[in-house]
Design a protein around this ligand. Structure first.
Ligand code: ADE
Ligand code: ZN
Length: 337
């Protein structure tokens, strides 16, 4: 990022709506936590870890990502993970975040739900107080597990309803359609949670339709396969349902062979409410600024397009009205500076 022509991309006030906290685990922290918790890793050193981060599709990544998550044991571990992400946000001028966490990845290993949520939410509270980064936290259900597991997870979350703002759906997309989770999403909606779901990342456009019509989500995570379906495009443009697109993730998981083939700017030109996000930055080679840099380098992203992408993120966020207004003010200050 030492290239001065990237400075404006780092200074751009940003909002992140698609970020898995477990996907921010940097190799250095992985080694530190493994040592702290006496866990043996299948890697000798950081170079080994980096070599393992070569993926041909989503499942290759998920296998390594779930293995990495085994180093989290205590509330302090979840705090440290979240805090490290927030420091990165501060460095990249990310002002508002709506991170995901995957409780089932941890409860299935015998870690209490309470341990996970307390560590994460203490760090988010500190981030708001000390760094001025506002947040809404989203709990994801793992779609390769059953709906009854998801319902049990929702029940565990009820005690912490003041700390969790939304629910989402992630993990292995193909073969696990949104409809599988219709009951748990309906229950979550009745309890007042905001709803999002990964759809149309590797899976077909029909998964975007059913996320909208069956799960009744407020946002679609990824959604790039919408480009295969003109009727769906019209629906998404008319409704302005946001799509949280993750450029570096899509090239790392080979959804696109190369960033020069990414369709995000075509989607923006069509009038879709697309946003830029980092997904699992430690695994995919970059946080928010690096995602914007990649669009600038490979797709000649302009300042006008970058500003529109941020406006979309502010609009698409679950931030309160007053906070949205202050985010727009920060963006205006950037535009006029
Ligand atoms: N979990 C973490 N990252 C994910 C992604 N990109 N797709 C589905 N599940 C995920
Ligand atoms: Zn994701």
């Amino acid at each position: 990022m030492s290239n001065p022509s990237y400075d404006w991309l780092n200074k751009l006030p940003k909002v992140e709506l698609h970020l898995h906290l477990e996907g921010t685990l940097e190799p250095e922290l992985m080694f530190n936590l493994a040592k702290r918790n006496n866990i043996s890793l299948p890697y000798e050193n950081i170079n080994d870890v980096k070599k393992a981060y070569e993926f041909n599709h989503l499942q290759d990544f998920l296998d390594i990502y779930y293995q990495g998550a085994e180093v989290f044991q205590s509330e302090q571990d979840f705090y440290d993970l979240t805090w490290a992400y927030l420091i990165k946000c501060q460095q990249q001028n990310v002002q508002h975040v709506e991170p995901f966490f995957d409780p089932q990845t941890h409860t299935l290993r015998g870690i209490a739900f309470e341990t996970v949520i307390n560590g994460i939410s203490h760090a988010l509270e500190d981030g708001e107080k000390k760094l001025g980064i506002s947040y809404q936290l989203i709990m994801c259900f793992l779609r390769h597990l059953s709906e009854s597991d998801a319902i049990e997870t929702l029940r565990s979350a009820e005690k912490f309803i003041d700390k969790i703002h939304g629910v989402g759906l992630d993990s292995s997309e193909k073969g696990n359609p949104p409809e599988k989770f219709s009951n748990v999403f309906s229950e979550a909606s009745k309890k007042g949670f905001k709803l999002v779901a990964h759809a149309g990342e590797e899976g077909p456009a029909s998964y975007i339709w059913s996320s909208l019509d069956v799960l009744k989500v407020n946002r679609i995570d990824h959604g790039i396969r919408a480009m295969d379906d003109p009727k769906l495009l019209s629906r998404l443009i008319d409704s302005q349902i946001p799509l949280t697109v993750c450029p570096l993730s899509n090239t790392k998981l080979r959804v696109f062979d190369d960033m020069s083939q990414h369709t995000i700017l075509e989607m923006l030109d069509l009038g879709l409410c697309v946003t830029v996000n980092s997904d699992d930055p430690s695994y995919f080679g970059g946080y928010m600024t690096e995602n914007f840099i990649s669009l600038y380098d490979n797709l000649s992203l302009t300042k006008v397009q970058a500003i529109k992408l941020i406006e979309n993120s502010i609009e698409a966020s679950f931030a309160e009205k007053k906070r949205k207004k202050s985010l727009y003010n920060l963006l205006n200050e950037f535009v006029t500076s």
